[in-house]
Ligand binder design. Structure first.
Ligand SMILES: C[S@@+](CC[C@H](N)C(=O)[O-])C[C@H]1O[C@@H](n2cnc3c(N)ncnc32)[C@H](O)[C@@H]1O
Length: 243
């Protein structure tokens, strides 16, 4: 509950400062993403009818830009009802075919193998902020993406925290073939991870989740040990404690 309220607040603030100008200058606008989206769908019999999921769409322009680029089977999903309501209102007349869904990326409300393309633009960055549950969150979210993707479908991750998707997409319950590329932007870097779903995964989701929760626990304990060591060090008058 607190999590969703914070996200809603964040999206509200984003709405105030949001404009296509902000997105264009920071992330480079749709043209940066278009080639990846078109390449991921080009081999389908009818590329423009690809079923696309914009995962954690927020109130960004991506779904709208894809629609204007000819893609019509788009679903935008976000956990924030504020974001989804604002997208519904913003697009009711001009882009009536986009489906807007309030939902949780950790438990997607879609059938298995229902999308040709799933796009995560900075959603990984948001969910990986929760340091105590980073392994668990990535295991759940990427596991859900793998489930709803058709075989041969593509998961496109655009992220500024490249080490998270680099590790997360290779978790043992996933079966992606991954290519990555750095996009150079004026004041930041963004990485594109093109991940194609291949053969069946080796490990069950349950076992992967159990391992992820253990990894989170180990990290929490390690941080606690470091904190205690720092406090012990601070409380001593000299560095003699290390002798
Ligand atoms: C950094 S924003 C990115 C928004 C948009 N994709 C963009 O490019 O601007 C992260 C988004 O992820 C959404 N989000 C966070 N946790 C989520 C979850 N568990 N399920 C669905 N969406 C989530 C937030 O509400 C927010 O809109």
């Amino acid at each position: 509950m607190i999590y969703v309220t914070c996200i809603n607040l964040f999206v509200h603030c984003q709405t105030i400062v949001h404009s296509s100008l902000v997105e264009k200058t920071r992330l480079g606008g749709y043209e940066k993403f278009q080639e990846y989206i078109e390449k991921a769908t080009v081999d389908l019999p009818e590329p423009k009818t690809a079923r696309i999921l914009d995962l954690g769409c927020g109130n960004a322009r991506l779904s709208e830009d894809m629609y204007d680029n000819g893609f019509k089977e788009i679903t935008g999903l976000d956990i924030s009802d504020v974001a989804i309501d604002s997208m519904r209102v913003r697009n009711a007349e001009k882009r009536p075919d986009i489906e807007w869904v309030v939902g949780d990326a950790f438990n997607l409300p879609f059938e298995d193998e229902s999308f040709d393309l799933v796009i995560d633009k900075s959603t990984t960055d948001a969910v990986s902020c929760d340091k105590d549950h980073i392994h668990e969150n990535m295991t759940k979210m990427y596991g859900e993406v793998q489930r709803v993707l058709k075989k041969g479908g593509t998961f496109l991750v655009f992220s500024a925290v490249e080490h998270v998707p680099r590790t997360g997409l290779r978790l043992p319950h996933l079966s992606f073939e991954i290519e990555e590329k750095e996009l150079y932007l004026p004041f930041a870097s963004l990485w594109a991870f093109v991940s194609v779903k291949t053969q069946r995964p080796a490990l069950s989701n349950e076992e992967a989740l159990r391992q992820a929760q253990m990894a989170d626990l180990q990290m929490i304990q390690e941080r606690k040990r470091q904190q205690e060591a720092e406090e012990r060090l601070k409380s001593t008058a000299s560095f003699g404690v290390l002798d």
